[in-house]
Every structure is written in C-alpha cells, then in structure tokens.
Design a protein around this ligand. Sequence first.
Ligand code: T3D
Length: 265
Amino acid sequence: MTSRSPLRVERDGATAILTLDRGDVLNAFDEALTEALNAAVANAARDQAIRAVVITGAGRAFSAGQDLDDRLATIERGGDLHLGDELRRRYHPVIAAIRAMRKPVIAAVNGVAAGAGLGLAIACDVRLAATSATFRAAWGRVGLVPDAGSAFFLPRLVGWGKALDMILTGEPVDAAEALRIGLVTRVWPDAEFPAKSREYAAMLANGATEAFALTKQGLNAAMARGFEDFLEVEAELQDRAGRTADYARGVRAFASKQPPDFEGR
Ligand code: T3D
C-alpha cells in the first residue's frame, strides 16, 4: 500500500501550488512533510516553466508548526533532542531556498499559521490572508525560541516592538490586524480566497520574472550590506535588468500604450 503524500503539488499555468496536506493535525510538519516541501521548493526553483510559487494549507490551517506529537514521543521515551540539528536539516534549507528562489514565492495563509508555520509564511516574498487566518508566534508557549528564520524576518515586517509582543505573549493576530501591521498585504473573504490568491499568483507569474529575480537579489543584499555597498549592488542589478528582453518589451509596450507581454527573461 502506498502512503498518501503530505504535500499536494499542482500547476496552474506558470504557477506551482504547494498545499501542506495534513489537515487532521493542522498541517503540522512531520519528517515526511518537511522532506516533501524541501523537494518541491527545490524542483520549483529549477523548473524554468514555473514563474511563481504559492504555498498554502489544506483544511482550516496554513500550518501549526512542528509536529509536537513527534517531539512528545521522543521526550516520553527519554530520547535526546537536538532541535538545532533538526532546524539545520529540515527547516533552514527550505527557508534559504525560498529567499534565494529566482521567482516570487507567495504564502496564501488560509488559516492558522503558528510556530514554524508562521516562520515559513514570513520567509515568503508576499503573504496573502483569508479573513479567518490567524498568526501565532507560539514558540514561547511551548518553551522554545523563534525559529525557521522568524526572529530575522518578523521584526523587519512588523517592527521590533510588535514582533516582541507577538513572540513573548504568543497571542494570535487576526487577519485584519495582520493587514494593519504589514504582516500580510491582502486579505480576502474565506470563500473567495483560493480563487483570489491564484489570480494574484498568475499576475506575478506573468510579470518580468528575471527582473523579479534581480529584485529579490537586491532586497536580500539590502538586508546584508552597508549602504555604499548596496548602491553598487543596485547598479549591477539594474545593469542586468536593463539588458533583459523583458525590459525592451516593457518600454515598447509603454510607448505603444499596450500592456506588456513579458516572457520572463
Ligand atoms: O524540529 C523542531 O522541533 C523545531 C521546532 C519548531 C518550532 C515549532 O513549530 S514548535 C510548534 C509550535 N506550534 C505550536 O505550538 C502550535 C500548537 N497548536 C496549537 O496551539 C493549536 O492547535 C492552534 C492554536 C494552532 C489551533 O487551535 P485549535 O483549538 O483551533 O485546534 P486544536 O484542537 O488545538 O488542533 C486540532 C488538531 O490538530 C488536534 O488534534 P486532535 O485533538 O483533533 O487529535 C491537535 O492536537 C492537532 N495539532 C495542532 N497543532 C499541532 C497538532 N498536532 C501536532 N503538532 C502540532 N503542532
């Protein structure tokens, strides 16, 4: 008997849709799910026909983070836990791959995003939320520190004070509040959410993909470099963008008052 995959991988035009699919445990990450997610993100990065990636959840959750049943089992049998190694092996590669991916990665947060589920969402380039989505920096409630890159990304998204409030209290932030504080950029009613988020992804998938890749590279450099250094990176990236076929298409489309038909290179 073959076991069901914990991750659904679909194509919608040039968009890859990755659905975390362990609904009975709110899409908590066990070994199989993180392995499948790492593989699917790596495949999407390699596949030139894919020009945008959506990560979402099945059922009423985006993801409730690490599967705590797995951790309980180890604790109860007196096993040795090395969570740093777990992060290095299962979580850090996927977060790093999302940041490095040369196409937009969208978190379509359909329900609760907690712990490493929140970490995954905030490592993505864009967050869209359904009205029933909630965001929980839940680590403190189980005696852990923020992980999956969260202490890096959360203060940059919502500011130092709000990030610490979320992390220290573990209280949920609803979709309206998430929109207000910049944790997400669009909110749609639950019933419309799948269609609206696919539409949004298609818009990005039809964009100037190579320019988006260079944009991500520039934003990553802006986080890591000093100002003078960054300006040089910016000049190099714009140099490359200015020599893409899509830039020529964009300028011609502007001159002819037509929408551009980008090919992604
Ligand atoms: O490798 C590493 O360990 C690295 C560490 C990673 C960091 C983490 O991610 S640590 C985990 C952080 N996540 C949490 O602490 C969230 C735990 N879950 C909750 O607090 C609640 O479930 C929610 C607030 C997310 C939702 O509450 P509610 O009332 O809507 O649903 P529920 O009844 O609690 O959950 C529904 C089911 O999902 C339930 O199972 P049952 O009783 O129906 O058989 C529940 O046990 C299960 N579930 C929810 N979250 C997890 C989970 N099962 C395993 N692991 C989970 N994280």
